[in-house]
Ligand binder design. Sequence first.
Ligand SMILES: NC(=O)c1ccc[n+]([C@@H]2O[C@H](COP(=O)([O-])OP(=O)(O)OC[C@H]3O[C@@H](n4cnc5c(N)ncnc54)[C@H](OP(=O)(O)O)[C@@H]3O)[C@@H](O)[C@H]2O)c1
Length: 286
Amino acid sequence: MTIAITAVSGQLGGEIARNLIATHPDETIIGLARTPANAPELGIEISPGDYSQPEQLRHSLQGVDTLLLVSGMDAPDLRIGQHRNVIEAAKSAGARKIVYTSIQGVEEGTAFSAVVQSNRQTEADVRASGLDYAIGRNGIYIEPDIDYIDSYVARGEIANSAGTGKCGYTTRAELAAAYANLLTRDTFNGQTFNLYGTPITQTQLVDFLNGAFGTSLTYREMTPDDFIADRTAELGDFIGPIIGGIYEGIRQGIYDAPSDFEAVVGRPHQSWEDYFGKLSASATGS
Ligand SMILES: NC(=O)c1ccc[n+]([C@@H]2O[C@H](COP(=O)([O-])OP(=O)(O)OC[C@H]3O[C@@H](n4cnc5c(N)ncnc54)[C@H](OP(=O)(O)O)[C@@H]3O)[C@@H](O)[C@H]2O)c1
């Protein structure tokens, strides 16, 4: 079987490719990348795969049986058409199955909802494609909170609008384990799965970060409007409201929902005690 992974130059696509190469050595894994030069050295064939280039996609997907479509990063209205290009190219290239990395969230009521709507539209397009399919709704990545540790330390706190809401975070490595199964096992076909670990509050997150990095961070709650303004000032008009909207959703309890991770992977999601314990060990070299 030939399995193609789109956006293999990105962190999630790269992680899924690495997982499949290690766990399914008998399958042929290929990568597609909008910018092939950005792809990591994986020892697999990398073909051009810009979601805006239907002809290029059709060419690169020839001979592919199963395709993983990683959600794009463009504005929501552009994304829908780009994802349709990938779905149509997979169909016309003769692929049998498509797996889509969607997102957890609600379609109305937060500044992130337009992105969620675009992901739900692509889910509908995948279901209507006539191909076999499986869909994952990813939780929020926890890694950016690790990447941000120096900036949190500089401020002495984590401040956002989540309040006491719990968030079902995940890691790209755990998602890769789930997507490897969705791609290679047909028992999951025709279904949609929530993929994340045990939901935690921001106060719990701060405690985990303090434990792992020896910091003394505190948590401060902001209003949704203030946090969106804060993020927009730092990250701009597109990403700022998206980040603010995610925390608005955490505050509303949207990300505190049952996960299907164990049903897909056959074991529980990595616990946050284990994840942060390993970070702590690597930080101290123990
Ligand atoms: N769950 C979460 O918390 C969360 C957070 C952020 C994003 N996301 C979503 O998850 C996806 C994967 O995350 P990630 O960590 O892998 O992000 P990432 O490391 O930033 O990688 C994004 C990837 O998308 C590719 N890409 C962007 N526009 C494209 C296009 N028009 N055609 C083809 N490829 C395109 C990029 O290619 P280039 O190398 O050419 O730039 C890159 O490979 C994101 O794209 C986003 O939809 C989820």
